[in-house]
Design a protein around this ligand. Structure first.
Ligand code: ADP
Length: 484
């Protein structure tokens, strides 16, 4: 089966979050199942050090954007030698320091950048003579593609048998743009309706993806239910409810060739479940990195690696940290994002230098060191479509403390001292007192080495490799094919 993935991020070419990790690993798992998978994305500045020289230059394509024609070209690279990755070179749009947003706000031409990508991806299929059975789309940046297929390309024999799957990785980012930019798309006006992708007078690219794709899925079972409610649906829960018969949840897998304490090249010492001595070295190394006192080695160390966004629960953390700082607990935080959280974390680091270490920025090696060196990993998310860090944490014997939402709820089982079952600690409600109580529960267990050992081992035994989830995607692709 021929699959084209259209995305705005993929490890190792461009990453701001979990979407990139998923794209870096799902294609490999599908390839193992016999699919011919190819990926297309913009050639951002961030990807340039990774792709110093393209394997093949496929030439130019010109795309109408409003009254202009914008020319790009297709460069071919590879993911792990055998998955073609096509990078769309259009420097005026993509050769920038960030992917979507700077400290001053979103790039003002984000609509044009992704209208261009959407049309380009379809034209590139022709350029490459690659006829996809399925075009698999990811998040708002690719939401217009099924609209083009159902209108501009409706009678094009090249795409006659092409089906579409739209994956929602985070419903809070919908790609909302002023109606004045509609003319940039060259789409027929009939698509700008309440049943199309009009949303309160604006264009909503995610709504386009939902309404025009054959099938829709999200990245965990629980999140696929949550987004159909007004609490989690960010205004488009009704749209999803009308398409519920075409909506499913498939839990993300993770790439254990990158995230595994037995082989991780970023950590101080490798370790495995039957010999955890290396983890102690990793903890020592982490304390040194954050200039926390080594005499505190015996204290539980809680790690956070996160985008600093409202989604991630930092308002709760702000409320509980003063009390947590009076407890025998250490914190390390790595993150970047909202400036208000940068200020907050800097402030805590200044007030409690022996208790909390903060690094503001994006640092993949340090993210690995935190997974390995921390005792616990905190994700107090307001919502979490899937979440990857808690899954990495399980593998590293770093016990997750999570809020029971989305993929966090699906992947973490609350520890039950009576049965010895469970691999982490969960709070149900988005509430500071509950968060504090849950951390206290975890710290209490940490003080009982036998109990702690059990929780750690339970987590390390869980398997979230892609094998099972990739099969679910393949089944879904087959279902979609039957529609064409
Ligand atoms: P989201 O996609 O909402 O950001 P996920 O948990 O699904 O959250 O994925 C986050 C991914 O991004 C993980 O691989 C995590 O290690 C990585 N990450 C997030 N922030 C940073 C950072 N500041 N430095 C390095 N890696 C980060």
């Amino acid at each position: 089966m021929n699959i084209l993935m259209v995305t705005s991020e993929i490890v190792p070419f461009a990453k701001t979050g979990g979407l990139a990790d998923v794209l870096g690993s799902l294609p490999q798992a599908l390839k193992k199942l016999g699919c011919d998978v190819r990926v297309i994305l913009p050639f951002y500045k961030m990807a340039k050090p990774v792709v110093k020289k393209a394997l093949i230059e496929h030439g130019e394509i010109s795309i109408p954007i409003g009254n202009e024609r914008i020319v790009g070209s297709t460069l071919e690279s590879r993911l792990l030698k055998d998955i073609p990755v096509y990078l769309v070179k259009q420097d005026a749009y993509y050769d920038r320091d960030e992917l979507y947003t700077t400290a001053e706000g979103d790039y003002p031409d984000n609509a044009q950048r992704f209208i261009f990508l959407s049309q380009y991806a379809l034209e590139a299929c022709k350029q490459l003579a690659f006829k996809p059975d399925i075009i698999h789309l990811h998040d708002w940046q690719t939401g217009l593609i099924p609209v083009y297929l159902k209108t501009v390309y409706a009678d094009d024999p090249f795409f006659r048998k092409t089906g579409t799957l739209y994956t929602i990785h985070n419903i809070a980012y919908q790609g909302l743009f002023e109606y004045e930019l509609f003319e940039m798309t060259w789409l027929p006006h009939s698509t700008f309706t309440i049943d199309g992708f009009e949303y309160w007078g604006k264009m909503n690219f995610m709504k386009a993806g939902i309404n025009f794709s054959d099938y829709i899925n999200t990245v965990s079972q629980k999140y696929s239910q949550e987004i159909q409610t007004s609490e989690y649906g960010y205004g488009i829960d009704g749209v999803l409810r009308t398409r519920a018969h075409r909506l499913s949840g498939i839990m993300n897998g993770v790439d254990y060739s990158l995230w595994n304490p037995e082989s991780d090249e970023f950590i101080a010492e490798n370790y495995q479940s039957d010999d955890m001595s290396g983890k102690t070295q990793c903890k020592r190394d982490l304390l040194k990195k954050f200039k926390l006192p080594l005499r505190s080695m015996r204290l539980p160390l809680i790690g956070i690696v996160s985008r600093l966004a409202d989604q991630k629960g930092f308002d709760l953390i702000e409320r509980i940290l003063p009390e947590v700082m009076t407890m025998d607990v250490l914190f390390v935080v790595l993150g970047t994002g909202d400036s208000k959280y940068h200020a907050l974390l800097k402030d805590f680091a200044r007030k409690y230098p022996a208790k909390i270490g903060v690094r503001l920025g994006f640092d993949n090696a340090l993210a690995h060191k935190i997974e390995a060196g921390a005792d616990m990993f905190l994700m107090a998310s307001r919502y979490e479509p899937c979440g990857l860090n808690q899954i990495y944490s399980l593998k590293y014997g770093t016990v997750p403390i999570v809020r029971a939402t989305g993929g966090l709820d699906d992947s973490i089982e609350n520890f039950d001292p009576a049965t010895g079952n469970g691999n982490g600690f969960k709070l149900q409600n988005y509430n500071a007192e509950e968060l504090l109580a849950t951390i206290k529960r975890a710290v209490e267990c940490f003080r009982q080495p036998d109990v702690w050992q059990k929780i750690v081992q339970n987590g390390m035994a869980v398997d979230f490799s892609w094998d099972a989830s990739a099969k679910r995607y393949l089944n879904l692709y087959h279902q979609i094919q039957k529609l064409h």
